[in-house]
Design a binder for this molecule. Sequence first.
Ligand code: C2G
Length: 450
Amino acid sequence: MKKVITYGTFDLLHRGHVNLLRRAKELGDYLIVGVTSSDFDKNRGKINVKQSLMDRIEAVKALGIADEVIPEEYYGQKIDDIRNYDVDIFAIGSDWRGHFDYLNEYCEVVYLDRTEGISSTQLREDRNHISLGIVGASRDIAKFIDESKYVSGVDVIAVFPDGDDFNLAGRVPTAASLEDLLEKSDAVYVANAPARRYQTARAALKAGKHVLSESPVALAASEARSLFELARESNLVFHEAIKTAYALAFSRLTLLVKSGMIGTPVSVHATCTSQSFKSPAGSLIGWGPIASLPVFEILGTDYQNATAASLTSREDGTDVYTKVDFVYEGACATFEVGSGVKSEGELVVAGTKGYVYVPAPWWKTDYYEVRFEDLSRNKRYFYQLNGEGIRDEISVFAKTIQDGKKPNLDITEAQTVALSGLIEAYRDGSMTVHSLGLEAEGCGISFFQN
Ligand code: C2G
């Protein structure tokens, strides 16, 4: 007798799950299904699971496909199960391709094609399953797709690269056009070139789709504002995807500052630089959304004045380095961004009683310190970081669609509009931008790459 085993959360069972179980059963004579326990899901970082373990087990049993249903409770259990049940084949969906190759040592490993595009009509009646389409193709999008697997109820169904050339083949099917993608999706993640995002998000909202847009969502304040208005009129969710804004450590840090632990905040200094990541649109557009986040979050968007200084790339005329200085009533802020320039990527929030220090790279930190002149009062705070914040960003977006009520977001509409406004003022010259000239000969990314 050929024994097959498969595992899954099987939350709010749908056609994709059922197809997988059927095909797994067809591989042999006896099917064992491992249903992940809530604790194990928590441990492996799966979020947004709606049903209890008992309900999920009952639902799988009720299908009548499995010969045996067991809970999956710990890392390494798969090896134990394969040995104990004398399993011949381990089967799992193709979204896990490669991940379970280590089990080849114990039995045959089969990756079964996932059911793509669970019909959106079916889904529209059932808000719990969201077919997510993606516009754009990049290394970051590959990461986004990997993270989406950990969010229950979200299924990435297709990608429309929109001119981007990163190869996502093998991960998700490609849509022929934006219209084709929109047709198949309930919601879209807009992550194409910054200059194209506004038009794309607008088209998606007009087609009645919820939108999660990479930041900046638009290169002008009025455009950003109009996206929010359009979403409101159409009763759709529109969120800005700044992963750091969804990271628990960052969120707790801003609450701590707002609660007065370091007194009144007097200055915010954030630095974000990279030599391996080059935003084709320059460092202000590439890094500005993250770097400005603590500034707007802690000091607000009503600054009195902002000035910038930029160093220009010899290669393509974009800013390889930009420093922006803000003046507020009673406080000031600075952020430094660079691609092809390297500095300490830390965040410091100074207050009248003490300061917060977040070590590099602060935008993906799980840890920060609150420091005082009296060293004995210093405190360190540690948090769990799920996928650099991307997982929570997807989960909050999904939950807002599913629950139909506004979430308690750290990032507000005013902040999104202020960021687009800052980029607009920088580009159209309405803000003072000191030129630091062209970068020195021989500088730039290629110089550092070997
Ligand atoms: N699946 C599918 N088609 C879909 C959605 C899911 O074929 N449209 C498959 C998945 O690939 C997986 C199974 O259905 O094999 C269960 O999916 P989930 O409940 O999302 O569980 P998952 O997180 O993939 O758990 O350690 C591995 C995990 O236990 C697998």
